[in-house]
Design a protein around this ligand. Structure first.
Ligand code: HEM
Length: 260
């Protein structure tokens, strides 16, 4: 049998995966399912791309890293833009099927947690929501313990003659990226002396800003859709989500901007 569009992309299987829990199905539940599934697909791609960038960093392949970071930045813009579509769902139409979600919540998105860990935003306490031994738990646990993109970025900096303090490289037990003045000074130097590296640093800043933008837009989406209701995942909802706003994944890149 020759390969066709349908067989190559497994379209039949893909289109059988949207199963509304409401019976009879509430109109907007299909949108809710599709958008979350699409997010998971994009998360899969972003993780795949960031794994490549890690290798590029370790091997000092600046232009390969730049090309892939451009792709990641563009996907992030799409991730943010897609929230507009979900905002066409009113609180009333969401209420019509929200109870059917029971305790299901974005909190439990394993790939989102992986993404945070890969980017060096490591909150080990978030493993609680993954659940011990649950499907994919090992993969997320592995991401928590493996070197983050930032750890690989330090390897790249070492290739570029930067002396990165041992204490901030792949810290154990896992923790979020530690801002460091010595690294900041060297980044400033690279901005001034290496325009090719500066392109990468700006892309990293774009990606950081993109993720922060997603968090902000998600908070506003949640606020306009459920107001002050608690989350289905058990958190206080909007007030909880606001705590992760304006937290950079590459803090050193933000700490130096007033010096340029
Ligand atoms: C009507 C739409 C949505 C509502 C009302 C909503 C609500 C919430 C709430 C209340 C939380 C906090 C955890 C909890 O208690 O459940 C949360 C977390 C989360 N949501 Fe949404 N959400 C919506 C759409 C989305 C979409 C489209 C995505 C895309 C993947 C998403 C991904 C996430 C993620 C990843 C978290 C965890 C955030 C973190 O740990 O910092 N949500 N959501």
């Amino acid at each position: 049998m020759p390969i066709t569009y349908l067989s190559y992309l497994k379209v039949d299987r893909l289109l059988s995966l949207q199963e509304p829990a409401s019976k009879p199905a509430e109109h907007d539940e299909l949108l809710f399912i599709v958008i979350h599934q699409v997010y998971e697909l994009w998360f899969k791609l972003v993780l795949h791309e960031l794994d490549k960038v890690k290798a590029d960093f370790s091997e000092n392949r600046l232009f390969d890293a730049i090309a892939t970071m451009k792709r990641v930045r563009t996907v992030l813009k799409t991730l943010v833009g897609q929230l507009d579509i979900l905002e066409t769902m009113t609180p009333l139409s969401f209420s019509a099927f929200r109870d059917r979600l029971e305790t299901a919540s974005g909190f439990q998105s394993l790939q989102f947690r992986e993404l945070e860990f890969v980017l060096g935003y490591k909150r080990p306490e978030m493993m609680e929501y993954v659940g011990p031994g649950g499907p994919g738990a090992e993969r997320v646990e592995g991401r928590l313990h493996e070197p983050s993109l930032v750890d690989h970025f330090y390897e790249f900096l070492v290739h570029r003659g930067v002396d990165v303090p041992a204490a901030i490289r792949h810290p154990q037990p896992p923790q979020s990226t530690i801002p460091d003045e010595q690294v900041q000074k060297e980044l400033l130097r690279l901005y001034r002396e290496s325009p090719d590296v500066a392109i990468l640093l700006e892309l990293m800043t774009d990606i950081d800003e993109g993720l922060q933008e997603w968090r902000y837009r998600h908070v506003k989406l949640v606020e306009r859709t459920i107001g002050s209701k608690r989350g289905t995942g058990g958190s206080p909802g909007v007030e909880f989500l606001k705590k992760s706003l304006f937290r950079p994944v590459f803090p050193d890149l933000w700490a130096i901007r007033h010096e340029m």
